[in-house]
Design a protein around this ligand. Structure first.
Ligand code: SF4
Ligand code: SF4
Length: 164
């Protein structure tokens, strides 16, 4: 199943993802209503996008006392607001802090991949968030990492590759 993967080192912190998410779900350009959030890690100088990772075991589903938090038929997380009692156990228990609070309605919100067509991915100018099959993403990362190691080796030994 395709998932959204994150490469925090590529994130420029522009928040286009947050704006496109809030507009799609809420009809407003307000980052505080987004299902994806950029957390600034100033100590390391990176911007870190956080959103639901579609874990195979999701504690939020298990802890929700009313079964409001569930995985839909496509495998994405959803919250049935009619059943939600606002106990916020889902916000407390998410492994990645990826369940947020809707600041106007005081209800929990979570990424549902825009039902399979994630808007944030389309808007990200640096491709820091990508929508791929897990094996495609793993191959991409393995290739990128091996290029870094290879370039480092060439630099250390003063080797220059001739280009045509
Ligand atoms: S809500 Fe949190 S724990 Fe549950 S699948 Fe998403 S990231 Fe994982
Ligand atoms: S806040 Fe709502 S969705 Fe979250 S655990 Fe409580 S009842 Fe379930």
């Amino acid at each position: 199943m395709k998932k959204i993967f994150i490469d925090a080192f590529k994130c420029a912190g522009c928040k286009y993802c947050e704006l496109s998410c809030s507009f799609y779900h809420e009809g407003k350009f307000n980052p505080k209503l987004s299902r994806i959030r950029i957390f600034k890690e100033d100590e390391y100088g990176i911007d870190n996008p956080i959103l639901c990772s579609l874990c195979s075991y999701c504690p939020c589903i298990n802890i929700c006392p009313t079964n409001a938090f569930y995985r839909n038929e496509k495998g994405f997380m959803e919250i049935n607001i009619e059943k939600c009692i606002k106990c916020y156990k889902c916000i407390e228990s998410c492994f990645f802090g990826a369940v947020f609070l809707h600041i106007e309605k005081n209800i929990p919100i979570v990424c549902n991949l825009c039902n399979g067509d994630p808007q944030c991915v389309k808007k990200c100018p640096t491709k820091a968030i990508v929508f791929l099959e897990p094996n495609e993403f793993a191959k991409k990362k393995n290739y990128e990492y091996s290029r870094i190691v290879y370039q480092d080796f060439l630099n250390k030994h003063g080797i220059k590759i001739k280009s045509d």
